[in-house]
Design a protein around this ligand. Structure first.
Ligand code: BYC
Length: 313
């Protein structure tokens, strides 16, 4: 057996016995590449994901709502940072990943290319977008790559709080006026299908799923998680008193699950290609924030260099 074959065998034994691969362990080049792609895309999503809600910080309807929203948006920044750190353990540099994002060479979640038009959107993003994220990310806590799985544990705890704050905001609005109830329903109508698209393309069009599942980076297919999310969300919508904009949505007693319609996959492809309603604005905003922060990075580097010189004396 060649050295590489022995290493590969050892790697698969670790993965298949549900132990963790750590940064210094040998790993196939494809495993490293897939993880960098997925973790970087995930980190970028957390950072770009601050924008739709961050947009409402100055217009929150009360001090209480403003404090909650500020905490949530800051949490998303934290998630981005844990994830960039996890990616760095694979030998990439966060600065390079940021460059790839702002140059359009790496993706971020399709969901953040839709605008947040009303304050109900803040609630619906918490309920459905963070809800979909939790559904997707809880299994990632058992991902075979140690730093990613461990980052996900903390992220999921915080996302659960985000989901509940969104639902609580919507429950409050639904107990309000007819106009507030209509605002919630209109928001649900806009976000439902994009939330379903967060899980990625259907299984038969998902090029990465099979290999990622074999390596236990992913634990479920895109369609399995989408179904789980639909089943979880319908009873919550009933309690809230809203409906989902899908005429094909109905309980299927044979499968003990809800049947549901097909998302518009052409729209998904367009959004992922950068043709979403807010795609240009999101990247332009991220680029401007990065450029505005150049002096902070330069000052931090100068400070660190000065300390290093002091330590060397
Ligand atoms: N949007 O083979 P597939 C949050 C890409 S942030 C854009 O199925 P995979 C939050 C995919 O990358 C939550 N692109 O891929 C933050 C691949 O591209 P390549 C973000 C998508 O990786 C702030 C191609 O399509 N969560 O919660 O096996 C405020 C083929 O897809 C999308 C994560 O990032 C998409 N929706 O599975 C509030 C979770 N879907 O090969 C909330 C971690 C697919 O051309 N990521 N693509 O580069 C994952 O679990 C997996 O990467 C996915 C896709 C399930 C998303």
């Amino acid at each position: 057996m060649t050295d590489t074959a022995a290493l590969e065998e050892d790697f698969l034994r670790i993965v298949e016995s549900d132990q963790r691969i750590e940064p210094r362990d040998w790993m196939p080049a494809g495993y490293r590449k897939t993880l960098i792609r997925q973790i970087a895309q995930h980190a970028h999503s957390e950072i770009i994901g601050m924008q739709p809600e961050g947009n409402w910080l100055t217009r929150a309807p009360s001090l209480r709502r403003k404090a909650i929203l500020m905490a949530k948006v800051q949490d998303e920044a934290g998630h981005g940072l844990y994830l960039y750190s996890a990616a760095e353990t694979l030998g990439v540099d966060r600065a390079d990943l940021t460059d790839m994002l702002i140059e359009g060479r790496q993706k971020y979640s399709s969901i953040f290319n839709y605008p947040a038009l009303t304050y109900a959107d803040v609630g619906v993003i918490g309920w459905l977008v963070d809800g979909a994220a939790i559904c997707n990310q809880v299994p990632l806590c058992r991902s075979s790559f140690g730093p990613y799985g461990r980052a996900m544990i903390r992220v999921c705890k915080e996302e659960s709080f985000h989901q509940r704050q969104g639902y609580e905001l919507l429950l409050t609005m639904m107990k309000g006026t007819d106009a507030q109830r209509a605002m919630v329903q209109e928001s649900v109508d806009r976000w439902w299908w994009p939330a379903l698209m967060m899980f990625g393309p259907p299984d038969d069009e998902s090029p990465n799923s099979a290999q990622s599942m074999e390596w236990r980076i992913k634990r479920h297919t895109n369609d399995e998680l989408r179904q789980r999310f639909v089943d979880m969300s319908v009873p919550q919508a009933e309690v809230l008193g809203v409906t989902f904009p899908d005429p094909d949505l109905r309980w299927n007693p044979e499968r003990s699950s809800y049947d549901f319609g097909e998302p518009d996959w052409d729209e998904f492809v367009q959004v992922v290609k950068g043709n979403g309603a807010t795609s240009i604005e999101r990247i332009a905003h991220r680029r401007a924030a990065h450029e505005d922060g150049a002096w902070v990075r330069a000052a931090a580097a100068a400070f660190a260099a000065k300390n290093d010189r002091g330590a060397a004396k």
